[in-house]
Design a protein around this ligand. Structure first.
Ligand code: NAD
Ligand code: USQ
Length: 484
């Protein structure tokens, strides 16, 4: 079957003038602004430290825009402004790591719109994964440079850009010392569970990229901005699916007559989800040891695409993944319905997870930044608004299809993952609501508009990318790629 991963010793990709022979090496980009990315000697030294105009400076961060000095506003919670020591209002500086990705792009624009001073840090590796695996977002997405230029032209607000790899500490240090963030929102990880289960090299890459990247961010905060608040994207998948209620980060246990409040047990079920568990432990430790202030946002599965800001212009449009590697359940089901592909329920479909609209992702992050953790505090919020089983999602999409005159069928696909298919699931998610989150719930009208949106782009769908192509049980040592 064409969509299955086939074994191959290496993957060759041509993009522009260079060809790339290792899955995780650096590559060159030729863009309108003539940016050259040097190729790393080691696959693990990795991605995209950019060199701009100065060939001798290996780790020079590329700066696209200068800092905006917008109109100062009255100090208000959540407005992006706060008072400086001399009483003058100042704009809070937020570094958005992974700001070219799905959640990061929407968040960067939202924060900029709310008058935060924003810098995006990204090595653009997510775009490379698409080239590597032959995938494409449902929606056409502009280059990060065009996105930022368009944002400036639409709103007159600047976003700074640092293109580089946070696993490269020299690069990260430059970005930190140059921008001096008050808060860092860290989305910059390899976030697909199936990608991490393709083969050994992707498993190693995922854990290295995510764990070392986060460790570098922690060291950068310690070294260059001890007061900086880390807002880190974790995942609900860190908890797994235990047969008891899931608490927000911690559980109080009485054992042999003694009581303690301990980190909630973690039972992640992919090398990706495990990388998040390792991150959480490292963050918790550095909060204790160095007094770092951190919020771990254990986010559920995100759906949707439009936010107030990304809807302002087509060049600001967000990515929308529907393929078997990066696409997530509800987004995939909407695209499948739009093109008349049966909805791909894995196994029995009783797998239950927390879900949230991307408009709530940006809201939650803003709330976390506006209400920072204390020095030394490791705070955990479960970031989702509703929980659904896969079967429930399929039935919601089927009903929405009926309203639009689309006949939607469902098939049960042999589950490529190792996970419980029928289980208890009840996860707490009250802390963000207590801080002011106003959720967009998955009402019929919301799912109708999402389905309508995917129908508009259905001619861009490559149906070969829909079926799952990565098996948890068949992961092996040899590098794999997707056959065309
Ligand atoms: P994404 O892949 O669209 O974006 C991640 C971005 O980080 C990409 O632009 C990528 O180029 C960048 N990046 C990766 N490694 C980097 C590195 N070493 N240096 C610099 N940049 C790097 O992912 P997303 O869907 O936006 O997810 C963002 C975060 O939210 C991830 O940490 C993910 O685990 C978490 N999350 C996502 C979801 C979801 O449903 N999408 C759900 C829960 C949690
Ligand atoms: N599933 C199907 N059919 C599909 C796709 C998925 O039945 O076509 C099932 C999966 O088996 C799983 C559930 O739906 O049981 C969710 O899968 P998913 O692909 O939507 O989400 P997941 O792999 O868990 O990962 C996504 C993001 C990840 C984030 C995670 C949050 O890619 O970055 O961490 O959601 S959570 O699920 O809470 O861990």
């Amino acid at each position: 079957m064409a969509h299955l991963l086939s074994v191959s010793s290496s993957l060759s990709i041509s993009s522009g003038s260079k060809s790339y022979s290792k899955p995780l090496t650096l590559f060159s980009l030729t863009s309108s602004s003539s940016i050259i990315c040097p190729i790393s000697k080691s696959p693990l030294k990795k991605t995209l430290s950019l060199r701009a105009n100065n060939a001798s400076q290996k780790h020079r961060a590329l700066h696209v825009n200068s800092v905006s000095v917008g109109q100062e506003t009255k100090v208000e919670p959540g407005s992006g402004s706060h008072e400086t020591s001399n009483g003058a209002p100042a704009r809070k500086k937020v570094m958005v790591i992974g700001g070219d990705g799905y959640c990061g792009w929407a968040t960067a624009l939202h924060l900029s719109n709310k008058n935060y001073e924003v810098a995006i840090v990204d090595n653009l590796v997510r775009r490379y994964f698409d080239h590597q695996l032959g995938l494409e977002s449902l929606t056409p997405i502009s280059s990060i440079h065009d996105r930022i230029r368009r944002w400036k032209s639409v709103t007159d607000k600047d976003i700074q850009l640092f293109v580089g790899d946070i696993c490269d500490f020299e690069f990260l240090s430059e970005a930190f010392t140059s921008f001096k963030p008050d808060a860092v929102v860290h989305f910059g990880e390899q976030r697909s569970a199936p990608y991490s289960m393709i083969d050994r090299s992707r498993a190693v890459y995922t854990q290295h990229n995510n764990v070392i990247g986060t460790l570098n961010v922690l060291f950068a905060i310690k070294e260059f901005g001890e007061d900086c608040h880390l807002v880190k994207l974790g995942t609900m998948g860190e908890y797994g699916t235990p047969n008891i209620d899931i608490e927000e980060g911690f559980i109080t246990i009485t054992h042999n007559g003694r009581t303690d409040t301990l980190p909630y047990p973690k039972q992640a079920s992919s090398f990706y989800h495990l990388s998040k568990v390792h991150d959480s432990h490292n963050i918790a430790f550095t909060c204790k040891a160095w007094g770092i202030r951190a919020t771990d946002l254990n986010q559920g599965v995100v759906y949707g695409v439009r936010t107030d800001e990304t809807a302002m212009h087509e060049e600001l449009c967000n990515r929308f993944d529907y393929d078997g590697v990066f696409g997530t359940a509800l987004n995939r089901f909407c695209v499948q319905a739009a093109v008349g592909h049966p909805l791909t329920v894995y196994g029995k479909g009783g797998q239950t997870r927390g879900y949230l609209d991307i408009r709530d992702t940006v809201q939650c992050v803003e709330i976390a930044i506006a209400n920072p953790a204390q020095r030394g505090e490791f705070r955990v919020f479960n970031q989702f608004t509703e929980q659904f089983s896969v079967n429930e999602l399929a039935s919601l999409v089927t009903k929405a299809g009926e309203k639009l005159g689309i006949e939607v069928k469902t098939i049960s696909v042999p589950n490529p993952r190792v996970e419980l298919e029928e289980h208890y699931y009840n996860a707490k998610h009250t802390k963000l609501v207590e801080l002011g989150l106003k959720p967009h719930l998955l009402s019929d009208s919301l799912i109708d508009s999402l389905l309508n949106f995917t129908v508009q782009y259905k001619d861009r769908v490559d149906t070969k990318q829909i079926m799952p192509s990565v098996s948890w049980r068949k992961i092996g040592v040899k590098p794999k790629t997707i056959a065309a």
